[in-house]
Design a protein around this ligand. Structure first.
Ligand SMILES: C[S@@+](CC[C@H](N)C(=O)[O-])C[C@H]1O[C@@H](n2cnc3c(N)ncnc32)[C@H](O)[C@@H]1O
Length: 640
């Protein structure tokens, strides 16, 4: 992506005040725009742009007017002229980005958003837009000026889910000469000295630290580097100088390993050294405090130390408060919260019991930050503007919707929904208490007051005697013995005309996963964490096509998600014809897929005037692009 920052805000304006249009003309233009008299506005803006070509007002008006008329290329011409006059105006760059978006010029669009933020680092909408845009984007060059922007994008907790942008951010970082060297030859880090050089190098990338603390790192080169550094730190611990950089790096790595559920492969000699280290750290140690801290942090890169240490050890972590909170205090808070979550009673369905056991051991997913909007929006307005085809005139209260999140897991989706929909009241249900207490802790931290959590099986929810305007159930029904029974239980809880969002696995998109699942089933029905880790290590060692395919799934980079992907105790898969039948049998009407990029692909395939509500037509697109629904079939329906 080409990129040329203009940081000199406040540069002298190129506008010559003597060449400014008369005030009367400007007022007239403004009046026409206000009263939406676009013909007259166009006339006056055109003549002003000819008479006073160095004044921005006419160009700004023309860009806006052309855009309204759908004349995007003309609008782009006017906007570029405006940019020549106002090169340091953030809003001008942002509006330019919107025009590039209209024209499908992705690289230029993204570049203009970054330019906006280089000029005004508080331009919120540009972060939101970048978050949506860079998900699939891969950088091709080193651009350090973007690091602080991406750091804020991830750390703010309101623009994106970090896991959604991790690959893009890593693609940028991997072009940095320093990191490129480390990534190319991690095995060159052999002893204390080369390790400390690497730590000092990495300390120059706060963005990488932020990412390590925020989500799994879905890239095998970074995984190889961090596994190597973890190992060298362990083997050479006594030789390391307890510098601030060392403590910061080990803290970030410990938080990272906690977040990926200690997924990294561990060699036999490491296991023995970790056992020794555990013995030393868990008994009183002589020596300097800093050395003790380095040992503790090193242990924390291998083991969940909240399970090993007494609460009194907390003081040893005083100088690393973020780590202390994340990997020591928070798990204890969750443990305490499990007793406070209300329950609908004992889970009795045999499959639900099996599934529950999996998610009690491996709550899904272990998220740190979400896309929690600071400014809720009205659901009725958003649904009206969307491509979803809902029947109106139903007794729904979308101005203050009652929302059920069924199978909420660790609460990321529920919290985002509660923060997104103005006036909403959310009930979030799951069978896993470990997941619910994680969700409750995050909800408390974020002061999200409009969510209640409930421990219950979807199959038992009818006894609630409540009805909801909106139900969302993503990634759950395919883990029930009979997904149609689960769906029916949810439909029974909906108001007439109520809306439901469903997310189901696609058989086509998961065909490779199915092959991997079959191979992995030799481990038995309920493999242990260490068996799962070992299985993955063997895959890494053997390389090949299967590994390449699995690396495309972000689930491959976190132990609980890896279990979910390949070793799930209960999984169904769907096809579009099967979904069509399921919806007809359940008496709900398909209202459309939510993701706009899918709709773009559909229109590209079938033409602009094609019917996006025809599941048969979608099947043709999916057969053509088998990964189309790798992120599940996620669609909305309405109760008939
Ligand atoms: C793959 S996770 C998805 C979590 C969340 N919906 C998301 O998208 O992040 C599936 C969740 O469904 C829950 N679940 C599975 N069967 C359930 C049932 N019968 N009733 C309630 N929750 C269930 C599991 O405990 C687990 O937390």
């Amino acid at each position: 992506m080409s990129h040329s920052p203009h940081n000199d805000i406040g540069e002298k304006s190129v506008i010559d005040s003597e060449l400014a249009p008369p005030q009367q003309q400007l007022s007239l233009l403004s009046q026409y725009l206000k009263t939406q008299d676009y013909d007259n506005a166009n006339g006056i803006a055109t003549s002003l742009s000819q008479e006073f070509p160095n004044h921005p007002v006419a160009w700004r008006a023309l860009a806006d007017l052309y855009r309204r008329e759908g004349r995007s290329w003309n609008a782009l011409g006017a906007q570029r002229k405006l940019l020549e006059l106002q090169p340091n105006n953030a809003e001008t760059h942002f509006n330019l980005a919107l025009l590039y978006r209209d024209l499908g010029l992705d690289n230029e669009e993204l570049s203009a958003y970054f330019q906006t933020l280089l000029l005004d680092p508080d331009f919120d909408q540009a972060y939101v837009a970048i978050g949506q845009k860079i998900r699939k984007f891969r950088f091709r060059s080193c651009q350090p000026s973007l690091y602080p922007i991406l750091d804020k994008l991830i750390a703010a907790g309101k623009y994106v889910r970090p896991s959604n942008v991790a690959k893009a951010v890593l693609s940028l970082l991997s072009h940095d000469p320093l990191l490129r060297r480390l990534l190319a030859q991690p095995d060159e880090i052999e002893g204390a000295e080369s390790f400390q050089v690497a730590v000092r190098g990495i300390s120059r990338f706060p963005l990488l630290h932020t990412l390590m603390k925020s989500c799994a790192i879905p890239d095998l080169r970074f995984e190889a580097l961090f596994s190597r550094m973890r190992r060298v730190a362990l083997v050479h611990l006594s030789e390391l100088e307890p510098s601030r950089e060392l403590l910061d790096f080990l803290s970030a790595l410990a938080m990272h390993c906690f977040t990926n559920d200690y997924l990294y492969p561990e060699r036999d000699d490491e296991a023995a050294l970790v056992a020794e280290l555990q013995e030393t750290v868990c008994s009183p140690i002589d020596g300097s405090e800093a050395a003790d801290l380095a040992a503790l942090l090193c242990l924390a890169t291998y083991r969940p130390i909240h399970q090993l240490l007494q609460a009194s050890a907390l003081t040893a972590l005083d100088t690393v408060p973020e780590l202390r909170q994340r990997i020591f205090a928070e798990p204890l808070i969750e443990r305490a919260l499990t007793t406070e979550i209300p329950s609908l009673g004992v889970i009795t369905d045999a499959t639900s019991i099996k599934v529950r056991k999996q998610y009690e051991n491996n709550p899904y997913p272990r998220w740190v930050r979400a896309c929690v909007r600071a400014d809720p929006v009205a659901a009725d307005a958003v649904f009206k503007q969307s491509a979803l085809k809902f029947r109106s005139g139903c007794p729904l209260n979308l101005a203050n919707p009652e929302i059920l999140i069924a199978g909420c897991g660790t609460g990321q989706h529920a919290i985002e929904s509660a923060a997104t929909w103005r006036g909403s009241k959310v009930l979030a249900v799951d069978i896993s208490l470990a997941s619910l207490s994680y969700a409750q802790r995050k909800t408390n931290e974020l002061n999200q007051e409009n969510i209640d959590f409930l421990h219950a099986d979807i199959l038992d929810l009818r006894s609630l005697n409540r009805d909801f305007d909106i139900v969302e159930c993503v990634g759950v029904l395919h883990h029930m013995r009979d997904p149609s029974a689960g769906l029916q239980a949810l439909i029974d809880l909906m108001k007439p005309g109520g809306l439901i969002k469903v997310g189901l696995y696609s058989e086509i998109a998961r065909s490779q996963i199915t092959r991997s699942r079959r191979k992995a089933s030799r481990l038995g029905a309920e493999p242990t964490d260490s068996q799962i880790r070992e299985y993955r290590r063997a895959l890494l060692d053997s390389g090949g096509k299967e590994l390449e395919t699995l690396c495309e799934w972000s689930d491959f980079f976190n132990l609980s998600e890896w279990r979910d992907l390949i070793f799930h105790v209960q999984e169904h898969q769907f096809s579009l014809p099967l979904i069509d039948r399921l919806l007809k049998d359940s008496k709900i009407r398909f209202c459309g897929f939510e993701n706009p990029s899918l709709i773009e692909k559909f229109k590209h395939f079938h033409g602009d005037n094609s019917n996006i509500y025809d599941l048969g037509a979608w099947l043709a697109v999916e057969k053509h692009d088998q990964n189309l629904f790798a992120g599940m079939y996620q669609f909305w329906c309405q109760k008939i």
